[in-house]
Design a protein around this ligand. Structure first.
Ligand SMILES: NC(=O)c1ccc[n+]([C@@H]2O[C@H](COP(=O)([O-])OP(=O)(O)OC[C@H]3O[C@@H](n4cnc5c(N)ncnc54)[C@H](OP(=O)(O)O)[C@@H]3O)[C@@H](O)[C@H]2O)c1
Length: 303
């Protein structure tokens, strides 16, 4: 029975993955921030699978990370799988991204997963190997306006994972990136809108608001049209965990596959032009649909 630790298991892909792995017989340690633990306590599906723990873990907190791993060591003496799933999304034009927004974005999505990996490695070595899953995104290999911070955090996670893929091979510790594109879920609504964009106190923010609006429109459409679900991502994670030689990257949704293909096989100049044309066309549609665009909140612009 594998011992699996999942971050951000209170909702979305993390929760779906926990369910899938419990069904498959793993011992799952579901972790979530203290304030989100109540979503898990008493969850019906957990009653069916007693082989689990629910533990508080804010991935930014070094003490919480270390105490949890010590507890895993004491009680289980092993950790077979670490799934770095927890993440946040900041929506900000780079020009107006505040320092604290950049730091928080990188802290949760890049720094914390790396610290968890570092703290897990001794445990994995002890049991002769392990598997680390880093939940990335199509934003791990491409970027669009107002999503630069999020994309930077996922690009960084991908680069570190690629290095780890080779560094850890000699200890039989595998590392896999899961790259979903658009998922039919409401997680994009939790994106944190940059303060500068939100308040619209600079003349340029009107233009940026339009860009932000255009991306919001794209995300809304795509999440409505896709039939990819959190469960599909969870299935892909479970599948990758069962492979003897898992690939470094696994694309999950059709849009992620298409963009990855274009990115890899089109000459860079053509790819960049193509994306620019698509974004311009989307912007025209959004502008046309707004009779009286207001700077500031995307919600205002959407309604
Ligand atoms: N949904 C998509 O379309 C999509 C597409 C591509 C990639 N992804 C990736 O998939 C993963 C899961 O996303 P999701 O769609 O399931 O999003 P979600 O529903 O927003 O879930 C994110 C999870 O991360 C947790 N989290 C945030 N900050 C944390 C912190 N400091 N410490 C511990 N946990 C924290 C959240 O906990 P709280 O509930 O306590 O905030 C939540 O459980 C992310 O890595 C995301 O980048 C998602």
């Amino acid at each position: 029975m594998r011992v699996v630790l999942i971050t951000g298991a209170s909702t979305g892909i993390g929760l779906a993955t926990a369910k899938e792995l419990l069904k498959r017989g793993d011992f799952v340690i579901l972790t979530a921030r203290k304030e989100s633990l109540n979503r898990l306590a008493g969850a019906d599906f957990l009653k069916k699978y007693p082989r689990h723990w629910i533990r508080p873990l804010d991935v930014r907190e070094a003490q919480e990370r270390n105490e949890l791993l010590q507890m895993v060591d004491m009680e289980h003496g092993r950790l077979d799988v670490l799934i770095n799933n927890a993440a946040v999304i900041y929506r900000a034009p780079i020009e107006f991204a505040y320092d604290f927004e950049c730091k928080e974005q990188m802290n949760v999505n890049f720094h914390a997963p790396l610290e968890l990996i570092k703290a897990s490695l001794p445990l994995m070595r002890k049991s002769g190997g392990g598997h680390i899953i880093n939940v990335s995104s199509a934003a791990g290999f491409m970027a669009v306006p107002t999503m630069g911070l999020y994309a930077a955090s996922k690009h960084a996670l991908e680069a570190a994972s690629e290095a780890l893929f080779h560094e850890l091979a000699e200890w039989n510790i595998k590392i896999s990136l899961i790259e979903p594109g658009f998922i039919s879920s409401d997680s994009y609504l939790k994106a944190r809108l940059s303060l500068a964009l939100d308040r619209g106190f600079h003349p340029q923010t009107r233009n940026y608001s339009m860009q932000s609006n255009m991306i919001t429109c794209l995300i809304e459409r795509a999440t409505r049209l896709t039939n990819a679900s959190n469960e599909d991502v969870a299935n892909q994670i479970a599948k990758v965990l069962n492979l003897k030689h898992p690939p470094l990257r696994s694309l999950v949704t059709l849009d992620a596959k298409v963009f990855s293909f274009l990115r890899r096989f089109l000459p860079g100049r053509i790819y960049d032009r193509l994306l620019a044309v698509c974004l311009r066309s989307l912007r025209s549609q959004v502008e046309a649909s707004l009779t009286a665009p207001l700077p500031g909140r995307m919600d205002d612009l959407r309604s």
